[in-house]
Design a binder for this molecule. Structure first.
Ligand SMILES: Cc1ncc(COP(=O)(O)O)c(C=O)c1O
Length: 443
């Protein structure tokens, strides 16, 4: 087809979709043309309930009027301001607000646009920090099996999802991985933090002994591993990681790209576990998903360690054209107003027990191997169908959209429920009932 052919603009051919089975999608598309509150709208006027807050980002529900008007206003007022050597007031206002909301001395903020960029940023700040302090030998990173830290070379290196790594060569060198904290035999059908597995944090000491702790820059983990199926941390695990990293002068980076801004009933998951990490990467919920924005909160000492040298030079040779973009800062400020003003974070905490109960009521449905609710997120593992791993999960995702007016994120044969924090008990029960029918239909 000629590229000038007007029909070409309606063709699905050109768009190479991310993390998508392109051929299956293009054979049977799943399109959204609008969204409001808990629902997406399709071109044939169906209201599709959003069971996973988009990709865990639309915490306040879709098209919140305060966020929409803040973005519209910003676009007409200051469409762009150069991120390097210049600033705009809302970037500073947002940073101050985030620092106030963050635990401990997480006092300074560096911005990027995606979670992946936030992770690269955090890893680079770790290296820079140690070098500034004369400990440039601290170059190694420790991630975790079944971790997901986005798709940059840094993120896939510290991440632990083999499919995301296997064709990308050597990646970042000098990376080790803690074992996953998930063990179905000990943890199946736990509510929130499982009682078994806190001791797995001690595996860190084993890795440190191999390399000598003085060579380790940072440990990076998600508080709850999200993309590999919602794996809550065992009781005491994160606290132990904090104690061990503290003991050896190693930075602890929490990847809160999913968990920040209410998903676990706190602004930051770090508060739930009573720890102060050295850095927190965040994204997604910050702007309610409405404008891409991410960032890294760092402890004051990390920022301070950079504030020397010639005053006309940048202290960190790192940044993005869109760091603290004015549309993004406007969306973020409005989203924070909504989270606080409408009590959405407390709401998530209040709903947590009922959410867990409703999700766990799927226990006993055909082929349900485990259900892991925590905060307002939950992984549901299903036995694969005879077609092989992932066939059943894919079928549920497709049929959910076409037959049940349900959007749900699926990884292999694991369903991930993480509704907007505005969800009512009825919404959650309705998601559960639709899933129950799909689980039976695909058994
Ligand atoms: C924990 C975590 N880190 C990083 C990322 C990457 O974010 P992005 O897709 O915005 O690059 C994600 C995305 O889902 C995530 O869940």
């Amino acid at each position: 087809m000629a590229k000038t052919d007007p029909a070409h603009t309606n063709s699905l051919a050109a768009y190479w979709m991310p993390f998508t089975a392109n051929r299956a999608f293009k054979a049977r598309p799943r399109m959204f043309v609008g969204a409001q509150g808990m629902h997406y709208l399709t071109a044939d006027n169906r209201h599709v309930i959003d069971a996973t807050s988009g990709l865990y980002c639309v915490n306040a529900g879709h098209a919140h009027p305060k966020i929409v008007s803040a973005i519209q206003d910003a676009a007409g007022r200051l469409d762009y301001a150069p991120a390097f050597q210049f600033g705009h007031p809302e970037a500073f206002e947002l940073s101050n607000r985030l620092a106030l909301m963050a635990p401990g001395d997480l006092d300074n903020v560096f911005y990027a646009s995606s979670g992946s960029e936030a992770i690269d940023t955090a890893l680079k700040i770790a290296l820079s920090y140690h070098r500034r302090r004369g400990e440039g030998h601290r170059t190694r990173f420790i991630g975790r099996e079944r971790g997901y830290h986005g798709v940059g070379f840094g993120g896939i290196s510290v991440g632990g999802m083999s499919a995301n790594r296997k064709v990308y060569g050597a990646m970042l060198s000098g990376v080790d991985h803690l074992p996953t904290t998930y063990d179905r035999a000990h943890q199946a059908f736990s509510t929130a933090e499982p009682g078994w597995g806190g001791h797995l944090a001690d595996e860190l000491e084993r890795i440190l002994a191999l390399h000598d702790p003085s060579n380790i820059a940072a440990v990076i983990v998600e508080p709850v591993a999200g993309s590999t199926g919602c794996l809550p941390p065992p009781k005491g695990y994160l606290e132990r990681l904090r104690a061990i990293t503290d003991k050896h002068g190693i930075l602890l980076i929490l990847d809160e790209v999913i968990t920040a801004f209410g998903r676990l009933g706190h602004v930051f998951a770090a508060e739930r576990y009573g720890i102060v990490p050295d850095m927190v990467a965040f994204a997604k919920g910050l702007t309610n998903g409405a404008v891409p924005m991410s960032g890294v909160l760092v402890r004051g000492g990390i920022y301070a360690a950079h504030m020397d040298g010639a005053e006309h030079l940048p202290e960190l040779y790192h940044g993005y054209t869109y760091s603290a973009h004015p549309l993004a800062t406007a969306a973020a400020l409005a989203a924070l107003d909504v989270y606080v003003g409408e009590g959405l974070i407390e709401r998530a905490a209040t709903l947590e027990p009922r959410f867990a109960e409703i999700m766990l009521s799927l226990r006993g449905a055909p082929g349900v191997l485990d259900i892991r609710p925590i905060g307002l997120m939950c992984g549901i593992d299903l036995a694969p169908s005879q077609g092989g791993v992932g066939v059943r999960g894919f079928a549920i995702m497709e049929r959910a959209f076409h037959e049940e007016d349900l959007y749900i994120r699926v990884g292999a044969d694991t369903l991930i429920v993480a509704p907007p924090l505005i969800a009512t008990e009825d919404d959650i029960a309705s998601i559960r009932d639709r899933l129950a029918r799909l689980i039976v239909a695909t058994a």
